[in-house]
Ligand binder design. Sequence first.
Ligand SMILES: *Cc1c(COP(=O)(O)O)cnc(C)c1O
Length: 354
Amino acid sequence: MSFDLNSLLRPHIAQLQPYTSARDEYTGKEGVFLDANENPYGSVTDADFNRYPDPYQSALKEKIALIKKVRPSQIFLGNGSDEAIDLLYRAFCRPGIDNVILLPPTYGMYEVSASINDVETRKVSLTSDFQLQPEKIFDQIDSNTKIIFVCTPNNPSGNKVNRADVLLLLKHFKGLVVVDEAYIDFNDEPSFTTHLDEYPNLLVMQTFSKAWGLASLRLGMAFASEELIKILNKIKPPYNISGLTQETVLAALGNQEKVEKMILEILKEREFLKSELEKLDFVKKIHPSQANFLLVQVPQATQIYNDLIDQKIIVRNRAKVLLCEDCLRITVGTREENTAFLKALQAVVKPIQS
Ligand SMILES: *Cc1c(COP(=O)(O)O)cnc(C)c1O
């Protein structure tokens, strides 16, 4: 089916004249810089932060491009993945008119961001084993449907969704298919970025918040066609990624060995946590996970959740979420943390069971 990015775009965004920053108009590195009203003496810190950062994060994108096997022009960097999600709504969804399709249970920000932007969400639940229902998704699509959000591995369930189902959406849907791969580093499935040149309606999101251990820096990646990336760049705040974040992540990218070591450790701990939970007869179900967390069904999840907090063990209560009845989402911790969790879990369950 034909895909036309320009007809998908909100008309006023197509016509928008973007802000041109001082660093847009002159990109050289040498000279006397009297163009951006910066402080010429430096910063009130040990390090100097007085100059505005590169608005397009060129050095960082070149390095990411090599690692992710895409072109730099196919990369958008945001202040967390959440910024890309918000910009997509603002670029493509007319408030009160357009709609997007969400596949619950899934990441909460797709819906919150839709609400902020006054965009209708149409929900097509996953199956009981958290797979897509393509037929039902296609039933919900109309001429104002702009985006379908797919999360794989999915949060909060932890599983991968069947690749063939996502490809079916990419083939037949004339709007954008966003594939959120926040947890891609915890499984060996190839990224959907390998399909970028095939599907101009594909946008893949990844993040430095999980496997890379850089959640506090706020850096999310979006990969898409050059045309789509240009649109996001056009409407983003000019200096959306701080200089400190750009420099720190650039340095981090040179230490891939450490990430890989940490990922292996987390995968080992995920198996440990799973096998220990399997030994507990009150645990009703441990959902298969390709991520760095486990979705676990227990009796009276909310009470267990509260009792765990009293023991200073904080997990995520998903008990009221569709298809996650009585489930807790437990992030894989270090061996010490996992052991502390397992001990506290057994202690709080005893009085509930008796
Ligand atoms: C954690 C997570 C993100 C990451 O968001 P950032 O804003 O990049 O920290 C994105 N999507 C999903 C599904 C997540 O669970």
